[in-house]
Design a binder for this molecule. Structure first.
Ligand code: MSP
Length: 524
């Protein structure tokens, strides 16, 4: 099976913040999960450079426009790398020539199909969200509903329009026929209501005269066949998903990857992804994506994350302090995908200590040390369960495999992690119940000791795969200490109890999440 997943492409008008990271971590986790299932997986991210507020940000920072977008692309990519987010393609919409070709191709196809026409636009344009509003949409008739400090400008201009209104019924049919098209399902109801209110055609170009000139050319992608217009930035931005799949340069590649299996986006841009984008694709005779996965917004210590409130945290600094695995684990565990959530540094510290260092780290450390000490480092072969506690551990392990899988399939990351953690907790309890250190002192209990150590190692083996999509580095280290090969594509499908290779020798126990003195931590 193939699996193609994307994130929204960020505006590079400022460096990335922890709010942007949530969606990237979630999408990377799902891409890693699909790879572990053995799916032929492709994961695309990028930056949305053609917005007119990007050159303005360059000006405000005293940088040349190209210098600025290069610097920002580096900052975004550096942040994703630090967070262990590894896309297969990172699109730069102003720089990558195949992206301009794809956007123009989509425009041409929609035009040839009769869905693009010229008309006059009147409305209020917010340059920061690149959206046209009617006066009634504005807060107090003035401010942008998403950017309280911005007063959208009244515009009257000749533009190309996309005949969105013709697509209402076809869009409703997508929702009717695919209950999982928009996940979580609550967002589907919102889009349905929007469709039922009726759609207005939208503008897909901006006049060149309102575009910033960079190196003698208007900023933006030229409208094919009309030098007086550039494409509306959302038209080209959405097309990035098709560019990465090979439109129009590589039809074979495109046929393989398209349609995308999932677009992961924030709740503020569902309309673009669940209405505009499918309609644009249908107009071009292309399949619509299988799913749009919508996440909520992250606040920081109770406040909206924004430059104006000054509460930006640099994700790279968090990674330097806590490591990528802990940051990934914390946000996916504590900020539910389907609603807004708060990033609280003290809670990250708490999760680090109790869940990661204590629960998971200690379990591994105890198992590897005891196998070293009592069994010369050789993992005892897993046997049939003999005591009620063995039966229970195995049942919890099996439930953890299905619960984690279910969570990752349905964008319920905290549910997935809860399911995996029930095994972490049960395995720790199993060690306490069976007290291997006592069994080790009783020669008569040698067989029982082997059963117990084998079962704990087996639980850890399963966890080293179950947690790998969320914590790739820690899980690689876990496997190394357990004496297991690195996880490989397809491993997820073999997660049944009893698979520890016979005769495996464990490595040296090293704390998975080193202890931290919280009193010294700036997180407090
Ligand atoms: N450039 C457009 C997207 C084009 S996709 C074809 C855009 N850019 S953005 O930089 O404003 O936002 C990028 C993504 O980050 C969006 O999915 C947005 O919802 C998400 N987030 C931005 N701030 C966020 C939080 N505070 N919390 C969670 N996600 C947030 O929109």
């Amino acid at each position: 099976m193939k699996y193609y997943v994307t994130t929204a492409i960020d505006y590079p008008n400022a460096a990335p913040h922890i709010g942007h990271s949530y969606e990237k971590i979630a999408a990377d986790t799902v891409a890693r999960y699909h790879r572990l299932r053995g799916d032929d997986t492709f994961f695309c991210m990028g930056v949305d450079e053609n917005s007119q507020h990007v050159p303005r940000a360059a000006d405000a920072n005293g940088a040349g426009v190209i210098e600025w977008v290069d610097r920002m692309a580096g900052a975004f990519q550096g942040t994703w790398t630090a967070l262990d987010v590894r896309p297969d393609r990172f699109i730069r919409t102003a720089i990558d020539p195949d992206h301009a070709r794809a956007s123009q191709e989509l425009f041409r196809r929609a035009q040839a199909g009769g869905d693009i026409y010229k008309g006059t636009y009147t409305g209020y344009y917010c340059p920061n969200c690149n959206t046209f509003y009617e006066q009634g949409d504005l807060t107090d008739g003035k401010a942008c509903p998403n950017h309280p400090t911005i007063t959208p400008e009244y515009l009257e201009e000749e533009n190309y329009f996309f005949a969105l209104s013709r697509y209402t019924d076809r869009l409703l049919a997508i929702l009717d026929n695919n209950p999982d098209f928009i996940m979580p399902r609550v967002w589907g109801a919102e889009i349905r209501a929007l469709l039922q209110r009726g759609l207005r055609d939208f503008s897909v170009s901006r006049p060149v005269k309102s575009a910033r000139v960079v190196d003698g050319k208007p900023w933006g992608i030229p409208v094919p066949g009309d030098p007086d217009h550039v494409l509306y930035v959302w038209f080209d931005a959405l097309t990035n998903y098709a560019t990465a799949a090979g439109l129009p340069d590589d039809p074979g590649r495109f046929a393989h990857w398209w349609p995308a299996n999932a677009h992961v986006v924030g709740k503020d841009i569902t309309r673009f992804h669940c209405v505009y984008w499918p309609a644009m694709l249908m107009a071009a005779g292309l399949e619509v994506p299988r799913q749009v996965a919508v996440h909520g917004f992250m606040t920081l210590e109770g406040q909206r994350i924004s430059k104006t409130t000054g509460n930006i945290i640099d994700p790279v600094e968090l990674v330097e302090e806590w490591g990528a695995d802990a940051v990934r684990y914390y946000v996916l565990r504590d900020v539910a995908f389907d609603r807004d959530g708060d990033f609280v540094r003290a809670n990250l510290a708490q999760r680090y200590v109790s869940d990661l260092a204590n629960d998971l780290g200690n379990l591994l450390n105890r198992a590897v040390s005891m196998i070293g000490r009592y069994r010369d480092g050789i993992v005892p072969t897993v046997t049939a369960p003999e005591a009620p506690t063995d039966i229970d551990l195995r049942a919890v392990a099996e439930a953890a495999v299905s619960g984690t899988t279910e969570g990752l399939e349905t964008w319920d990351f905290d549910g997935a992690l809860d399911a995996a953690w029930s095994l972490v907790r049960r395995a720790n309890q199993y060690v306490d119940e069976n007290q291997p250190w006592k069994l080790a002192r009783d020669p008569e209990a040698a067989d029982r000791l082997s059963v117990v150590l084998g079962a704990v190692a087996e639980a850890l083996r399963l966890l080293s795969t179950l947690l790998a999509p969320v914590m790739p580095t820690a899980c690689a280290r876990m496997r190394d200490q357990l004496g297991l090969e690195a996880a490989t594509p397809g491993d997820w499908l073999t997660l049944s109890w009893g698979g520890f290779p016979v005769g495996t020798r464990v490595g040296t126990p090293v704390p998975l999440f080193p202890r931290k003195d919280l009193a010294d931590s700036p997180a407090r």
